[in-house]
Design a protein around this ligand. Structure first.
Ligand code: SF4
Length: 198
């Protein structure tokens, strides 16, 4: 996906599943083939097109505001210029868009532009907390910079994929499979979880 498409899709994934977001995104693109079409449509109609993604009223307005601001700041609806900026400048540029937080910015820069940003989703936040990679009070937003600083730029995408995969397969939110975990011996969360699950 190109960067702008990734950004709109990522807004649609907020507070819902990827599956619902994919349905909403396909519906949006079917009804409005170009981004100026989305910008110029009544927000209520855009909301109707993305209904399956949840929070449609907020997301429709957010997407239209994002598109409007990109056009105003750049004179065109394209984000590929971000790959010419430093990672921190590219993040800062995206973070100034309405409703764009550290995760959305990192997703766009990493997945779409191949930049060494580290998106932190709920799985990564949980796993890195249990493993003690981040402190107990570290928010998901703050975890981005902490985790990103732990590995070399070339390793960040793999780090992201490994943590998310571990969170989905073993270190699950409710019943982590600690007995089948390769990190069992080193995990500071293991004893408490064992007690809670027994
Ligand atoms: S031992 Fe349990 S809590 Fe620790 S990383 Fe493995 S699955 Fe997660």
């Amino acid at each position: 996906m190109a960067a702008l498409e990734e950004l709109v899709f990522t807004v649609l994934t907020q507070h819902t599943s990827d599956l619902n977001a994919e349905r909403a995104y396909r519906s949006l693109r079917r009804r409005y083939p170009t981004w100026p079409d989305v910008m110029g449509a009544p927000s209520t109609e855009v909301a109707s097109a993305i209904r399956e993604g949840g929070l449609a009223n907020q997301k429709s307005v957010r997407i239209q505001r994002i598109l409007g601001e990109i056009l105003e700041r750049r004179g065109e609806l394209d984000l590929n210029f971000l790959s010419d900026l430093s990672l921190s400048d590219a993040k800062a540029w995206l973070r100034e868009l309405p409703g764009v937080g550290p995760k959305t910015a990192a997703v766009v820069l990493s997945f779409s532009l191949g930049m060494p940003a580290m998106p932190v989703d709920t799985h990564i936040h949980r796993v890195s907390g249990r493993l003690g990679l981040i402190g107990p009070g570290t928010s998901a937003d703050d975890a981005h910079d902490v985790l990103e600083g732990m590995v070399a730029p070339d390793d960040r995408f793999a780090f992201h994929v490994l943590l998310i995969t571990h969170g989905r397969r073993r270190c699950k939110a409710r019943r982590p499979l600690c007995g089948d975990c390769p990190l069992y011996a080193e995990c500071p969360a293991r004893p408490g979880l064992e007690a809670a699950g027994s």
